[in-house]
Design a protein around this ligand. Structure first.
Ligand SMILES: O=P(O)(O)OC[C@H]1O[C@@H](O)[C@H](O)[C@@H]1O
Length: 147
């Protein structure tokens, strides 16, 4: 899978760890930064990777922040993006199965690097359930179009 990844200054080590794992699993990873601990503004990073997903150069994106809270808000402002916080394997499973998220948001201050791998593995491999969940996604898409 083609995956775009970004992290703010809080998530750089986790991004490196997760990217190495993703590549070891055969994924094509586009690392959009940031690359050091200098403080950056996460909305710009979110906009960048979300544009990749919406534009089709990446199938999915992963964004890592401190908690991920701000990143989730920012990503969900982009038309066509469904971003979900992945603070546990259960959340990641529901995020994929119910919400068909195309962006996974992680918090480097909330979970460990090893947790991030397990959460990402679940998110990438859990199929969308469709059915009533598709109805809700359609309703969300209609909201997005209307506002
Ligand atoms: O590290 P600072 O700049 O204080 O705060 C940024 C973090 O605040 C949260 O919304 C985000 O998860 C982001 O990573």
């Amino acid at each position: 899978m083609r995956i775009a990844i970004a992290a703010d200054h809080n998530g750089v080590p986790m991004k490196k760890y997760l990217t190495e794992w993703l590549v070891s699993q055969g994924h094509e990873v586009d690392d959009r930064g940031t690359h050091d601990v200098e403080v950056v503004d996460y909305p710009l990073l979110c906009a960048d990777v979300c544009a990749e997903v919406v534009g089709g150069t990446a199938e999915r994106a992963i964004v890592i922040g401190g908690t991920g809270g701000g990143e989730a808000i920012a990503c969900n402002k982009v038309r066509g993006i469904r971003a979900g916080l992945g603070h546990s394997v259960f959340l990641a499973e529901i995020s994929a199965a119910h919400n068909k998220t195309n962006v996974l948001v992680l918090g480097a201050k909330v979970i460990s690097d090893q947790d991030a791998v397990e959460i990402t593995k679940t998110w990438l491999t859990t199929p969308f359930k469709g059915d009533r969940h598709q109805t809700r996604l359609d309703q969300i898409a209609a909201m997005e179009a209307g506002f």
